[in-house]
Design a protein around this ligand. Structure first.
Ligand code: NAP
Length: 276
């Protein structure tokens, strides 16, 4: 398929979640952030990822309102920050997120990290309540290791839809991917371009040159071929489009194997409160 033929329907989806979305961390200038979201939606993106901690939920909401796309056609995800994970705070701050985003429901609400005020019983009771009343359509976790998911599954009545974790060719997360497969949980790759470091990988550059595309597209196509959803952050129209065009790129078996054999580990997001 050529890139000019790409439509929202060209994006594969897993259980209703489009496998390519727009990340918004550090897209902090409100006008710029709203413009990036509008541009992406009008290009065909239908999955937007934000978080309470990014300080841009109102700008994301403005971008959604400005785009000529129905809210019902958008898969919108946000995350509850680590200081807001007490039972009451989950309920209160989720309402605040909804108000900022200008919507009355979320397609996916994540626990951002299993850290600080996270306590499975109280936190997840609030998530179950939001799910039961229809305020959130799916429950997600982020930066969870298998042991955290095991404990969360014990606690929750609702299913865990997704685990959002850093995933790219230099952090392939095979253990987490296998665990997710076994438990019917989607993996959403954050920092799918390793925050720009994929551009320095010779293997990716060689494959990119062979196909006449960017390293970003190669990384995103490799994730997609491995059933992983990706949410690259891009600000400019050029980057948003480059990532969109990854949907036209089909890597061959040899390309996929070369990337899967990359023997280098680099984690880009590693705050002091991380559970590993
Ligand atoms: P990323 O998507 O791997 O990389 C973003 C960087 O790559 C930006 O500097 C961006 O520049 C640049 N870029 C994007 N597309 C490009 C292209 N086609 N060509 C060249 N450069 C390109 O990193 P990320 O922002 O860390 O991760 C993506 C999203 O995942 C975040 O925005 C956020 O929504 C989510 N996330 C979640 C967590 C979590 O704890 N759950 C942690 C980190 C990230 P421009 O901005 O200039 O376009």
């Amino acid at each position: 398929m050529s890139s000019s033929e790409l439509t929202p329907e060209s994006v594969p989806s897993t259980k209703g979640m489009p496998m390519l979305g727009l990340g918004t961390w550090e897209n902090e200038d409100p006008d710029q952030c709203a413009e990036s979201v509008r541009t992406a939606l009008e290009m065909g993106y239908r999955h937007i990822d934000t978080a309470q901690a990014y300080g841009n939920e109102d700008a994301v909401g403005e971008g959604i309102a400005a785009a000529d796309v129905d809210r019902a056609d958008i898969f919108l995800a946000t995350k509850v920050w680590i200081s807001n994970l007490d039972y009451e705070d989950v309920l209160e701050t989720t309402q605040e997120s909804l108000d900022r985003l200008g919507t009355d429901y979320l397609d996916l609400l994540y626990v951002h990290w299993p850290s600080r005020t996270y306590e499975p019983e109280a936190t997840l009771e609030a998530f179950d309540e939001l799910y039961d009343e229809g305020t959130i359509r799916n429950i997600g976790v982020s930066n969870f290791e298998p042991r955290h998911i095991d404990a969360a599954r014990e606690q929750l009545d609702a299913p865990i839809f997704a685990n959002q974790v850093e995933t790219h060719p230099m952090l392939q997360q095979t253990e987490l991917r296998d665990y997710a497969d076994e438990h019917d949980i989607e993996i959403v790759a954050y920092s799918p371009l390793a925050r720009g470091d994929v551009f320095e990988m010779d293997v990716l550059s060689e494959i990119a040159e062979k196909h006449g595309v960017s390293e970003a597209q190669v990384s995103l196509a490799w994730l997609r071929a491995n059933d992983v959803t990706a949410i690259p952050k891009a600000t400019s129209e050029a980057h948003i489009r480059d990532n969109w065009e990854s949907l036209s790129l089909e890597l061959d078996e040899a390309d996929l194997e070369r990337i899967s054999n990359v023997d280098r580990t680099r984690r880009k997001v590693d705050p002091g409160f991380a559970p590993w």
